[in-house]
Design a protein around this ligand. Structure first.
Ligand SMILES: [Zn+2]
Length: 253
């Protein structure tokens, strides 16, 4: 299966920054990973009536304006043409601008709240077990809604990873093993995976129980996961050996 692609390093700013109307963030398509998602029917902000109705009031300030955005995004790759729906919000800000006679200007700034299907946050090699990959695809979708939910989906992907390594979910006596106990069994058999999953466990335990206000650590976790998946399931090492062999053969000719 083809799943998350493209990221080698997460484009963190595109994921979290607010943007001006003419600078709609260009996410890569979640289907083909080649094209970018572009608003299909242009981009227009709408103001709810309860907000627009009070513009004329003397107490009104444009910084009170609320804007809503939404619609379909279309993949720019003509062979793909995936459609994703998005929604978001906007606000109006006053900036000092001495080139203007009032000394300021108003700018609208927008923020995307969700895209479905979500763009991939990291690349998932196609050889990754499908259970692991599907949990990660769910983590991309839940990233928009709640960072804690997203962390839970990542944790689920790691439980599936342990399944892939034949780590039992129950003890010999049929008692359910908790995550930390399952990880311990990897320590001797697979020390590389053990040290990675254990580091993730510490972060994810915190992430599940506390409000993750900022996505910085989540992005760190995703980036580490991308490197781990690439090393474990990707074919870069094989390809590297193949390329070296090609180069060597070339010099023999
Ligand atoms: Zn596409």
């Amino acid at each position: 299966m083809t799943c998350g692609g493209r990221s080698k390093v997460i484009d963190r700013e595109t994921w979290i920054n607010r943007f001006y109307k003419e600078k709609f963030p260009k996410f890569y398509c979640s289907k083909c990973h080649r094209g970018r998602l572009i608003p299909k029917d242009g981009f227009e902000a709408h103001e709810p009536e309860y907000s627009s109705r009070v513009h004329g009031e003397d107490w009104h300030d444009f910084e009170m304006v609320l804007l809503r955005i939404g619609g379909l995004l279309k993949c720019s790759d003509s062979e793909c043409g995936e459609l994703a729906s998005y929604y978001g919000v906007g606000e109006v800000f006053r900036y000092e601008d001495f080139s203007d006679e009032d000394g300021y200007r108003w700018e609208q700034l927008y923020e995307i709240k969700s895209i479905y299907p979500s763009p991939a946050i990291i690349a998932i090699p196609s050889e990754t077990p499908s259970t692991v990959a599907n949990a990660l695809l769910a983590s991309f979708n839940s990233f928009w809604i709640d960072y804690g939910l997203c962390a839970n989906a990542i944790r689920r992907s790691l439980e599936y990873l342990l399944d892939h390594f034949d780590v039992p979910r129950e003890s010999n006596k049929g008692k359910r093993l908790i995550f930390v106990q399952r990880i311990e069994t990897l320590e001797v058999a697979n020390p590389d995976s053990h040290s990675f999953v254990d580091a993730m466990r510490i972060f994810l335990n915190e992430g599940s129980h506390q409000n993750l206000d900022s996505p910085t650590l989540l992005f760190d976790a995703f980036e580490a996961l991308e490197i781990y998946l690439d090393d474990t399931f990707g074919k870069r090492k094989e390809r590297f050996e193949e390329l070296k062999a090609n180069l060597k053969n070339m010099s023999n000719n």
